[in-house]
Design a protein. Structure first.
Length: 342
């Protein structure tokens, strides 16, 4: 006898009629009922604008370029994760190991929803670089002077390193002078030379030249001074920020803001066919429990797409979370799982 697979809703925060809370095997919630997912039973964890502004003397700079939001400061990236519970994705190569992609570094790329949330909280400002733009009328370019200053700094560093290396070499030769003299005398004796040869002190007096290839060079991890930037208005679309006003972005942001406010961590869910992955805690400590799929208002969801998303979520031990606008404008959450794969 074959078992007919079906989709059932998991246990929710409002009723215990499904999953572990169901009274009889095979029972499920009525398909017309929508539930909130089993969210954290804590107070909303949103951060008010006033509290954020008072905790930072400078706002976080989010550099935008063709829709991508990047954070280049390590301090800002740490602040975003520890204070605001936003994960992002490191997309830069490591300075010491640039030819691998197992571990990546700065910049930190944020989702458009993460960048907008920080901007709405008053904790960050979206900016675009203007250094690649031609200088304004009457403004002299500074690139040549900066390159010349950098070359001068490298030369001064080389001369200082050569002086220190020469002094260290001289001190080492002075400590080993007796052993060097004994070794030379032994070699002269082996070659049959006269032992009364005047000791050669040229080794100590010879100048030392440090190869430029051996010079130590500092690899900066941050800019010494802020570059020229201009502010980007995230409330209106632009070439650098085209997300504003798009229905798909607005629907995703409502879901992101709601789940984030309830204490969840979220990251991109494109690898699992959804919009977000929903974690009950820090992704470094927890696996994702849900694959959030945002359903814009008025957009039909084909049955085959729903079945495919549900089966995919169940096969990776996650629950599909449908997020759609409900009655009165509030969001409705429906959790689905394919019981035939359990």
């Amino acid at each position: 006898m074959t078992h007919e697979p079906r989709m059932v809703t998991r246990e929710c925060a409002r009723c215990g009629c499904c999953s572990n809370g169901m009274k009889g095997r095979g029972q499920s919630c009525p398909p017309s009922r929508s539930h909130s997912p089993p969210l954290l039973k804590t107070k909303p964890m949103g951060i008010e604008k006033s509290n954020t502004a008072s905790c930072r003397s400078a706002m976080i700079r989010i550099h935008v370029l063709e829709g991508a939001a990047l954070v280049w400061s390590a301090e800002d990236a740490r602040e975003i994760r520890e204070r605001f519970r936003l994960v992002g994705t490191l997309v830069g190569a490591l300075a010491r190991k640039p030819r691998q992609n197992a571990r990546l570094g700065l910049p930190l790329q944020l989702l458009p929803e993460e960048a907008r949330l920080l901007a709405e909280l008053g904790a960050a400002v979206l900016v675009r670089g203007t250094e690649t733009q031609p200088p304004a009328e009457g403004e002299e370019p500074t690139q040549a002077s900066e390159v010349e200053a950098y070359q001068q700094e490298l030369e001064e560093s080389y001369q200082e390193q050569q002086r220190l290396a020469g002094a260290e070499r001289g001190a080492l030769l002075a400590r080993l002078a007796e052993r060097i003299a004994q070794g030379r005398a032994r070699r002269r004796e082996q070659r049959g030379e006269t032992p009364d040869t005047v000791e050669d002190s040229g080794l100590l007096d010879s100048p030392f030249v440090l190869p430029r290839g051996s010079m130590m060079v500092q690899l900066p991890t941050a800019r010494r001074r802020p570059g020229r930037v201009e502010r980007v208005d995230w409330t209106s679309p632009s070439p650098d920020w085209p997300h504003a006003g798009r229905p798909a972005h607005e629907a995703r942001y409502r879901v992101f803001r709601e789940l984030w406010g309830r204490g969840y961590y979220l990251s991109g869910g494109s690898k699992f066919g959804g919009d977000f992955l929903v974690y009950p805690g820090d992704p470094l400590r927890f696996h994702a429990h849900y694959i959030a799929l945002c359903c814009p208002p008025g957009a039909p969801l084909p049955l085959h797409a729903l079945v495919a998303a549900t089966r995919l979520g169940t096969s990776v031990k996650k629950t599909l979370l449908l997020c759609s606008p409900g009655a009165g404008g509030a969001l409705a959450f429906t959790s689905l799982q394919w019981s035939g794969l359990q």
